[in-house]
Design a protein around this ligand. Sequence first.
Ligand code: PEP
Ligand code: MG
Length: 581
Amino acid sequence: METLKGIPVSPGVAIGKAYVLHSEDHFNFPARTISVADIAKEIARFENALIQTRAEIMGIRKKISAQIGRESSDIFNAHLMILEDRTLIEDVISVIKGKKVGCEYAFTTIMQRYFSAFAQIDDEYLRERISDIRDIGKRLIRNLCGEKRDHVELTENRIVVAHDLSPSETAMMDKNKLLAIVADVGGPTSHMAIISRSMEIPAVVGTDGATLKIQSGDTVIVDGTHGVVILNPDVATIQEYTERGYRISEQITALDKLRDLPAETKDGRRISLAANIEFHDEIPSVYSHGGDGIGLYRTEYFYMNRTDLPSEDEQYRAYKQVAESMKGHSVIVRTLDLGGDKFLSSLEVPNEMNPFLGWRAIRFCLTRVDIFKVQLRAILRASAHGNFKVMYPMISNLNELKQANVILRDCQEELKKEGLAYDPKMEVGAMIEIPSAALISDILAKEVDFFSIGTNDLIQYALAVDRVNEKIAYLYEPTHPAILKLIRQVVESGHRHKKWVGCCGEMAGDPAIAMLLLGLGIDEISVSPFILPKVKKSIRSVNYEDAKLIAEKALQFHTGEEIRVFINQELKRVAPDLVED
Ligand code: PEP
Ligand code: MG
C-alpha cells in the first residue's frame, strides 16, 4: 500500500482498477511481456514506425527547405541521423528479444539511457541535442502507438491515470466508465479539473509521478475531496473509504433537498445561484441541483474534437435547444474562449510561448471576425427562444469591448434585414478576468448590462500564478487580499452604474468564499451544478448584514491565509456541517 498526495480538484471517493494512459511526452510505458512467437511482430512494428517517422521528417525537411531555406532544414538531418543510428536500432531490438517485451517499452528504455548519457556530457552543444532526441522519440512513439489520445476508449470501469489530460480528452471519456482521474500535473482551475467537476468524477492532480508508480490493473483509491491517492490498499482501507464514499453521497442527497428553495439569506437578500456548464446534457443536473439558471455556458467545447468549424445553423440549433430546455430561466452564453489550455483541432493556431497571455478568447475573435460573427448570429437567433444573455471573455480594455459590441450590432442589423428573429433586448456583459479590466470596471460598466467576474483567470493574472501548474498551486490563493480588493472594486463600479455583477469562477463553489462574495455585494454566483446545494446552504445560513461585516473584516487582514482561517471559522459558526474535516 502506498499513499500519494496531490491537489484535490473534484470531490468524492472512487475505488477501482487503474488504467494508465501512455503519454507520448513522457516515455513511460509499462513492460508489456510478449511471447517468443510475437517477437518478430514487435520488431516489425518498431521498424514500420521508424520508416513512417523517417518519411515524416523528410517531408518536414522538404517543406522547411522550400519555405525558409536549406540551412534551417539541416536541423532535420540530425533527426534523420538519430533514426538511422544502427546502435540505437540494434539496442532496441535486443531489448525486445532479450526481455520479451513490447517495442514501446524497449524503445523508451533505450531512450532513457540516451537521455542520461547526454545529460552528463560536458559539452553544452552536445547536451542540447537531448531535445532533438526527445523530439524524435515523441514522434516515433506517436507512430508506434498509432493512438490518438483525443479518443481514450474505456472498455471497463476504470480510474484513469495520466501524466496530463487535456480538457477535450477528459470530456470525450465515457462518464459511465470513468471512475476517477489522477494526473501528475495540473491545477485546481485547469479546464481538465473543471470538466471533471462537471462530470462529477473525483479527481486528484499534481501527484508528482503517479504514472510512474501506478500500473494499469492496480487497485487504487482516489479521494478527490482530500487529494489522496492510495495504491494497492489493504482491506481495512478499502472498507474505510467505501464508508467515506457513502457519507459523501448521503450529504449530497441531504443538500439536494434545498433544490426548490431560493438562494436567500436569513434576512431576505436573494441572489441568483446559477450553474456553469459546458455541454447541453448537463442541463438536467442544473435542475436536479436547484440552479436558477446558467451563469456561464462555455461554448468552446462545441468547437473542440472536430476537424471543421460549426456552422451558424448548427450552433443556432444547439443554443436553441439550451434556451428551450432552460424554459425561460436565464442563460449566459460566453463567446468562444479559445486558447490557454483549450485548443481547437479545426484551427491552425500557432503554438505560443505563453498561451494564457496570448492570442486567445476575444483577442482571437476580434481578429477572426468571420468566426466571431457566425457565433454571434447563432446566439442572437437562439435568443428568440429563451432568456439569453451574452458575454465576452478576456476583455482587457475599453476598445475590445466597444469593438465586440459594434460587431454584435452589425449582426443584429443583418438579422433584421434578413427577417430572422432575435431578442433585441438581450443583455450583454463583459467577463472581468484580467486585473486591468477590474481596475477600469468603472469605465467598462457604461458599455455593458452586467459583469461576470472570472476569478479562475483573474487570480492567475493578478498573482502571476499559472492556473495549470501544480508546482506553484500553493500560490494560487483565492482569498489573497489583492483578489478581494479587485472583486470589491468591480462590484462597486457595477453597482454605481446600476449594473449587476456575478462571479462565475471556481472559488465561488467554496461555501465559505460564497459567503464572503455575498458580503462583498455579488448579485449572482455561478458554479458547477453539483456544488450548487452547498453554496445555497451557505447563503441560506447567514444574515446579509453579517456577511457584509464578515467581508469588511476579511478585507482588513494582510494575508490570504488569515482570511481563509477567518471565513472558515465564520462558516463553521453558521453551518458547521459545510466545513470539511
Ligand atoms: C474564469 O476565468 O474564471 C472563468 C470562469 O472562465 P474559464 O475558467 O473558462 O477561463
Ligand atoms: Mg477565464
